[in-house]
Design a protein around this ligand. Structure first.
Ligand code: ADP
Ligand code: MG
Length: 320
């Protein structure tokens, strides 16, 4: 078949364009770009757990589900607001064989109590109730009432039977409250689960306490810590494989006769902690340490910070 010169030119141009398109298409399929266009996307997931708002941010869209399922499991064990939790049952019965996780947190709490000369003490539970912080019916109790309740408080009231994970209270009426350590422990458990699922980049924010796993696209995670005045950022931190926990006197409190009473109780006096600290932020390798230590330092006050920190090398503290 004969074509005119003009038609031949069109045909050649048409074939070249066709080949080029086929070539580019097949190259793009056999060699997909190393960094897909959406590689820098962060998936965000929120959930209300352990009485606070949890937010998970990660380049992996499975991270949220993994974190929330693990934190729910810990909540079912440790929450004093869930009647069937191990802590609620132990508080009712005075003696209980508990899971390895619950035993671990109670044992760690005992260690913190010892290391902080009693400033951190989970047997503070009856005092938290007495001041009305459990049901939000706040009151200033009489000195007599506080003295009576103090009889139930103290780490020496807990007996730990290591060989069978049994926890026992020495006297009836003693109860425990893991409110100052459970969230930190839940963060650690969630991070362990993420690692088991090969997720190495994630930021978990549990109502102000965070754990930063790995990097965010090659850079440390940047965290803003807000002060008593929520609109003002007091400090920014760059974290990698660390947890930061803040305890402040502005989270839960009530006023009576012009005096402010906050939800952190000094277990030695039976009164809400009366330090000059507005807030204390602790950065540590573990969520549990950051959580328990920020509460402890809030109770102890500025003067004891250096002494206590010697017992926790590698931790960083900011006080306002
Ligand atoms: P938040 O829950 O606001 O993050 P914390 O981690 O400091 O603050 O925990 C506060 C909770 O810990 C209180 O609501 C109470 O249940 C419990 N608690 C209060 N005082 C003490 C204390 N001295 N030692 C251990 N736990 C405490
Ligand atoms: Mg705490």
């Amino acid at each position: 078949m004969a074509f005119s010169a003009k038609t031949r030119r069109y045909l050649v141009a048409f074939l070249i364009i066709g080949w080029s398109i086929t070539l580019i298409y097949s190259l793009s399929r056999s060699n997909p770009p190393k960094y897909p266009l959406k590689a820098k996307r962060l998936y965000r997931d929120n959930r209300l757990l352990m009485g606070t708002f949890w937010q998970v941010s990660s380049p992996n869209n499975q991270a949220g589900a993994i974190v929330f399922s693990e934190v729910s499991r810990i909540q079912q064990l440790l929450s004093k607001y869930i009647q069937t939790s191990e802590i609620s049952r132990l508080n009712r019965l005075g003696r209980l064989k508990v899971s390895a996780d619950t035993f671990f947190v109670i044992k760690k709490s005992q260690e913190f109590c010892r290391l902080t000369q009693g400033a951190f003490d989970i047997t503070v539970a009856p005092l938290v109730d007495l001041w009305g912080f459990t049901n939000q019916e706040f009151q200033v109790p009489s000195d007599d009432k506080i003295r009576a309740v103090l009889e139930l408080v103290g780490s020496d009231k807990i007996i730990l039977h290591e060989k069978d994970n049994v926890v026992e209270f020495k006297i009836p009426g003693t109860r425990i409250d893991l409110g100052a350590i459970a969230k930190g422990f839940a963060l650690d458990c969630a991070v362990k689960k993420l690692k088991e699922n090969n997720i190495d980049s994630c930021l978990i924010n549990a109502g102000g306490q965070v754990y930063a796993l790995g990097n965010k696209f090659g850079q440390a995670w940047k965290i803003a810590i807000r002060g008593a005045n929520k609109s003002e950022i007091t400090t920014t931190l760059e974290l990698k494989n660390k947890s930061a926990s803040t305890t402040g006197n502005y989270e839960q409190f009530f006023f009576k006769n012009g005096k402010r009473y906050c939800h952190i109780i000094d277990p030695r006096s039976g009164y809400p902690a009366q330090t000059q600290i507005t807030s204390v932020t602790v950065v540590a390798d573990q969520g549990l340490t950051a959580d328990a230590l920020s509460t402890s330092l809030f109770v102890l006050g500025k003067k004891d910070v250096e002494e206590i920190l010697k017992k926790f090398p590698g931790t960083l503290v900011k006080i306002y």
